[in-house]
Ligand binder design. Structure first.
Ligand code: CA
Length: 443
């Protein structure tokens, strides 16, 4: 039998330890097997590329200037030194893989470069993390069958999936300009929706929701008119992040027929600050979602043996929440969603292959959202709208009720890839607090 799993190398070795002590801390997101890329600044200084290791950030520009890199790794470090990682992404996966192998060697126990490299580590709690890429375009898919079915059940309980869902990964073009990094507050937007009596109203939106999603970032671009075949589609993805596709459900209900959501989705999108590379996730490859008996087989342009065998990702995703009252009472944050990327009906390679199948070009830094990563169980409902549809709202551990988010509520996502025989890796946080609506300008 052909082994379709992505190639593993010494950077995935579970026995490899780092001389950065915190990289071995139980539960850390950033052991030496992860090495995600981000952009940081310190004391208001310039933005620059870095790699997370334990509770530290390796300053790539400083390490480069000190002569720690050569060859392809040097080119990659140069490209990753500036205020955006797009130049690194544009080099393709080979360059970032070379840099990953070199950084892994530098940070490993017993490295001859330890003393030199230690000078270029910055404590993570002393830096500001920024949006790591310049997002060109942002396409949001709807790849979970469970999310799609719950949202469609009200419209047609017998046929909750839209006609195309089982045949292609459905999506819409969302807004790149409002993508923000974790930690930046989301001000409640204004919008137009229907009041209960059926008349249009405009004001602060009332049904603010989160959507727990996973984001894929495009590395090497394709030229317009040149589709990326499914067999090569996974190679076009540089890495992944957590993504919150904030949604104004009251606005969405009114505006979306027939062209789809518009202002209900462009209000803000929050992403986690670290790009976890496709290489780091190689040990956590999983089979694609198994179609149910009676489901149509997708057309050949969406099907490849390797993608079906190992195009999925085994990543557990959680959503956590606090309310102002919970924080005042010193309550433990509530985990309100526990789901897994295994529930996505479509792989990211299928999304890329479909997206480019009409000749559409994807550019370096384009962002693809998975859609709400909901699972079959009640705790897998990965947005509030699904809970509202089924139960009218969410009850928090302290008895507080929420149909949708209120001002002061804080929501964050975490993710973890784990598999026997490998060191688990995480994604950092994708977090934002809801601020009250600002006054709407009248002049
Ligand atoms: Ca979405």
């Amino acid at each position: 039998m052909v082994d379709h799993r992505p190639a593993l190398d010494e950077t995935h070795d579970p026995a490899r330890r780092s001389w950065v002590a915190w990289a071995q801390a139980p539960g850390t997101d950033f052991p030496i097997q992860n090495l995600p890329f981000g952009v940081f600044s310190r004391d208001g200084g310039e933005k620059r590329g870095g790699i997370a290791i334990g509770d530290q950030v390796l300053d790539l520009a400083a390490a480069l200037a000190a002569g720690l890199f050569e060859g392809e790794a040097r080119d990659a470090a140069q490209a990753a030194s500036g205020p955006s990682l797009n130049p690194l992404l544009a080099l393709g996966r080979g360059a970032s893989r070379a840099l990953r192998r070199r950084v892994s060697a530098i940070l490993a126990e017993g490295s001859a470069d330890q003393a030199k490299a230690a000078a270029y580590l910055v404590p993570m709690d002393r830096v500001t993390l920024h949006l790591p890429i310049t997002v060109g375009n942002f396409t949001d898919f709807m790849a979970s069958r469970f999310h799609t079915a719950r949202m469609g059940a009200k419209r047609d309980p017998a046929n909750p999936l839209p006609p195309a869902f089982l045949h292609l990964p459905i999506a819409y073009h969302s807004r790149a300009t409002t993508v923000r990094v974790s930690g930046e507050a989301v001000a409640r937007p204004h919008g137009q929706s229907l009041a209960p009596d059926g008349t249009p109203r405009f004001g602060p939106i009332q049904a603010l929701d989160f959507e727990l999603e996973f984001g894929a970032v495009i590395g090497a671009a394709n030229r317009m008119g040149e589709p990326i075949p499914i067999a090569r589609a996974a190679d076009s993805i540089f890495g992944y992040c957590l993504l919150n596709d904030w949604s104004a459900r009251d606005v969405q209900r009114f505006e979306m027929m027939p062209l789809g959501p518009f202002l209900s989705k462009s209000l803000s999108t929050t992403v986690s600050p670290w790009l976890v590379t496709a290489e780091a996730l190689a040990p956590f490859a999983a089979p694609a979602f198994a179609r149910l008996e009676g489901d149509a087989e997708p057309l050949p342009y969406l099907m490849a043996a390797a993608d079906q065998a190992a195009g999925g990702l085994d990543v557990a995703l959680d959503c956590w929440m606090t309310t102002p009252r919970m924080r005042a009472e010193g309550a433990t944050p509530a985990r309100i969603v526990a789901t897994s990327l295994r529930h996505l009906h479509w792989t990211f390679a299928q999304m890329v292959a479909h997206h480019t199948s009409n000749g559409c070009d994807l550019r370096t830094g384009d962002l693809l959202g998975s859609g709400t990563v909901s699972g079959p169980e009640p705790d897998g409902r990965a947005c509030l709208a699904e809970v509202v549809v089924e139960e009218g709202g969410l009850t928090l551990p302290n008895g507080e009720r929420r149909s949708f988010l209120e001002d002061g509520d804080e929501v964050w996502f975490t993710g973890r890839a784990a598999r026997d025989g490998f060191v688990p890796i995480g994604f950092g946080e994708c977090r934002a607090r809801i601020d009250p609506a600002r006054p709407f300008p009248t002049a």
